[in-house]
Design a protein around this ligand. Structure first.
Ligand SMILES: Cc1ncc(COP(=O)(O)O)c(CN[C@@H]2CONC2=O)c1O
Length: 282
């Protein structure tokens, strides 16, 4: 924590930094969480592409092009001598300026990125997780990976307080996604998930799941399902860069099918490990 000493309060011109930062004061920024396996990024291009889509959506002009940010991210791994499993948190805000809702003139965005360890959670991947359902109270533009995550935070905290891993969100009775992952229902050999509209984040792993389903000749239907249909599911699973493809075995304390991860979920997990070049034996 940064403590403002008495003197800093008295000298007004010191007040701007570091507190008057648009990400901190308005959530006026975007972010990406990029997975690393054995020191190598997974789905890096997809994350960089989305970063630019998010920036364009909130009118932040990024001070780099895709090649430049990709090079910087690769340099970040080298400088950290990253050889294990981890993740990079990358954040861009509209910058530091005296607090005012309108965009500050002539201010460059602030860019933050750091590497963190992120060992695979093999127990959860193997046995699945429990979830709750929660109303989706987020804004309309959930396809933007913005820093406005308070509704996501509150939903995930509610899950935690119910000894659950995630909260499955629903809007007007239709399941959208989870607080920090996409969600899928399997019925009669077909995968259903909310269409990539403004109402959900277009997950990078979600795109990979669609690709794997195609390769496995498993129908992948971008069609919303109702909360009530969850109890009739053969399988349920979620996906994100940190959760990979995680089976959901309980929702609101009710077992999904026999309460064990399903066959199609397992097939997708294997496809993910192959695609991400994950070798568990070393
Ligand atoms: C709301 C939401 N939906 C879906 C996803 C899945 O997107 P990816 O497949 O691109 O990861 C995320 C990722 N949330 C990141 C991943 O881990 N922590 C986060 O905040 C998310 O926050």
């Amino acid at each position: 924590p940064i403590i403002m000493t008495q003197s800093q309060f008295t000298h007004r011109d010191n007040l701007h930094y570091p507190f008057e930062e648009r990400g901190l004061q308005f959530g006026d920024g975007i972010y990406e969480v990029i997975r690393i396996y054995h020191g190598t990024y997974y789905l890096l291009d997809e994350h960089v592409d989305r970063l630019f889509r998010s920036a364009e959506a909130i009118k932040i002009k990024l001070p780099f092009n895709k090649e430049e940010i990709t090079h910087l991210l690769l340099e970040l791994l080298e400088r950290n001598k990253m050889t294990t499993d981890g993740k990079v948190y990358l954040q861009v805000t509209r910058g530091s300026a005296p607090r005012d809702h309108i965009f500050p003139a002539d201010v460059l965005p602030n860019i933050y990125a750091y590497v963190g360890d992120q060992p695979r959670n093999l127990e959860l991947l193997q046995n699945g997780v429990q979830t709750i359902t929660q109303r989706d109270i987020r804004w309309e533009y959930c396809y933007i990976k913005s820093l406005n995550l308070l509704p996501n935070v509150l939903a995930k905290q509610a899950a935690k307080e119910n000894n659950c891993y995630e909260a499955i969100l629903h809007k007007d009775g239709l399941v959208t996604e989870c607080s920090s992952s996409n969600v899928y229902l399997v019925k009669d050999g077909t995968i259903y998930t909310h269409p990539a509209t403004k109402n959900i984040l277009h997950g990078c792993v979600r795109m990979a799941v669609e690709r794997f389903a195609g390769e496995l000749n498993i129908p992948f239907i971008e069609e919303s399902f109702e909360v009530e249909e969850i109890s009739l599911a053969d399988e349920l699973f979620l996906s994100s860069s940190t959760s990979e493809i995680t089976p959901i075995v309980k929702v609101d304390n009710l077992d999904i099918a026999d309460g064990k991860p399903g066959k199609i979920t397992r097939q997708l997990q294997e496809a993910y490990e192959t695609d991400a070049k994950i070798q568990e034996n070393n």
